[in-house]
Design a protein around this ligand. Structure first.
Ligand SMILES: Cc1ncc(COP(=O)(O)O)c(C=O)c1O
Length: 390
């Protein structure tokens, strides 16, 4: 064999059957070969297990899928290149022209954009309600056949809590699927509810370090199986190296999530007592209007703490610019703390009534609490709150 050939057919390293890598290798291969055409054909007919082309499936992404399904307490999972990829591919795969969706003002902006602007172009209609408006949900479900209800809990940014039991009961009775973007709550929460599909951005708590993007949809096999072909055709596949990084991040998921929640709880309490702050939104605070519901549904309340600055937009800018340990940028759930002002959030397309329902004001601040020392974060916040007063 000439060396030009050899570099394309390097020596194979096979591990003996009794010799195992403690960390699974990354299958950084797009293609997988069977020993014969006959076996390849059997695979393509769905008559045997294996891997063929990584846009459809890959051992490293599959390992991540099986782990996430187990964490969320469901049978199967599909991973995607980003959280928005999981949302868009799920919505595109599940809906047809003429069908109707119920969605909420208090949801991630790209989700609303996808429903309104993208699905709307293909003749999918929607009703936009407040997550607190259960009577409205009941009415909308009675008014017309509904394909699915898509919601979040806690919601972004003001941490309203969806009544998951009531929403899933109403949707089930009307024959609509429920899709819960569970990114804020994490994989270990809300699994006991009758939710059909869970969406996650793996960019957040799963990877934890803010250096990789990914998404997932999790549910029972009968729902996930038909989605696999659609997702492969839509093409937003997660790369195996990204899957490996997310698997690595998940090893510390529980430790990180709990530490971040504990710090968030302390920070929420401290903010609640500060003169510059008119209101704190954190489901773990007894003063949160839905604290009892949150305590029923969640074991931990998340690492997002939002609050209202009395001084409005100017105070919000002064506050965020004065912080030293919080980066002024999007995202959440990773080890570094982040801050977003209302002016940095989307939602400008909402009319005045919907903006009122979203509960975001000029002085709304969203913090994502990381893994820094809680006292250091508190000192930084105290300094910035003093600066916000001008
Ligand atoms: C609730 C929620 N869902 C989905 C996403 C999208 O995730 P990604 O950035 O991985 O596309 C985000 C991102 O902020 C989010 O907050």
């Amino acid at each position: 064999m000439k060396k030009t050939t050899r570099v394309n057919h390097p020596p194979r390293i096979e591990l003996p059957a009794d010799n195992h890598a403690l960390v699974a290798p990354i299958y950084q291969s797009v293609k997988f070969e069977f020993d014969s055409v006959a076996e390849t054909e059997r695979f393509l007919r769905g008559e045997r297990a294996g891997f063929y082309y990584s846009r459809g499936s890959n051992p490293t992404t599959r390992q991540l899928e099986l782990l996430l399904a187990e964490l969320q307490g469901r049978e199967d999972c599909l991973v995607t290149a980003s959280g928005v990829g999981a949302i868009s591919q799920t919505l595109l795969a599940l809906t047809s022209a003429g069908e109707h969706i119920i969605c909420f003002v208090e949801s991630y902006n790209p989700t609303r954009y996808l429903i309104r602007r993208v699905l709307g172009r293909f003749g999918v209609t929607h009703t936009l309600l407040s997550i607190e408006d259960l009577a409205g949900v009941e009415r909308a479900l009675a008014d017309r056949p509904t394909r699915l209800v898509i919601f979040e809990s806690p919601t972004n940014p003001v941490t309203k809590i969806a009544d998951i039991e009531a929403l899933t009961r109403l949707a089930r009775a009307a024959g609509a699927l429920t899709v819960l973007d569970n990114t804020f709550a994490g994989f270990h929460q809300h699994g006991g509810y009758d939710v059909d599909l869970y969406l996650h951005s793996l960019t957040k708590y799963a990877s934890g370090t803010g250096d990789v993007m990914g998404g997932a949809v999790i549910g029972r096999s009968a729902l996930i199986r038909p989605l696999r072909n659609e997702f492969a055709a839509l093409g937003g596949t997660l790369d195996p190296h990204a899957a490996f990084l997310i698997l690595r991040g998940l090893k510390t998921y529980f430790v990180r999530y709990r530490a971040q929640c504990s710090s968030a709880g302390c920070i929420a309490q401290r903010l609640a007592g500060h003169a510059a702050v008119s209101r704190v939104h954190y489901p773990g605070l007894p003063t949160h209007p839905q604290h009892a519901l949150a305590a029923r549904q969640m074991q931990e309340f998340g690492s997002i703490v939002s609050f209202e600055l009395r001084g409005g937009a100017d105070a919000a800018r002064r506050f965020a610019d004065s912080l030293q340990l919080f980066a002024k940028t999007a995202s959440l759930g990773s080890t570094e703390s982040l801050v977003v002002t209302a002016q940095m959030m989307g939602g400008r397309e909402l009319n005045a009534e919907l903006q009122r329902l979203s509960a975001v004001t000029d002085g709304t601040i969203r913090l994502s609490i990381g893994l820094e020392d809680t006292d250091d974060l508190l000192a930084d916040l105290e300094r910035a709150l003093a600066a916000s007063l001008g």
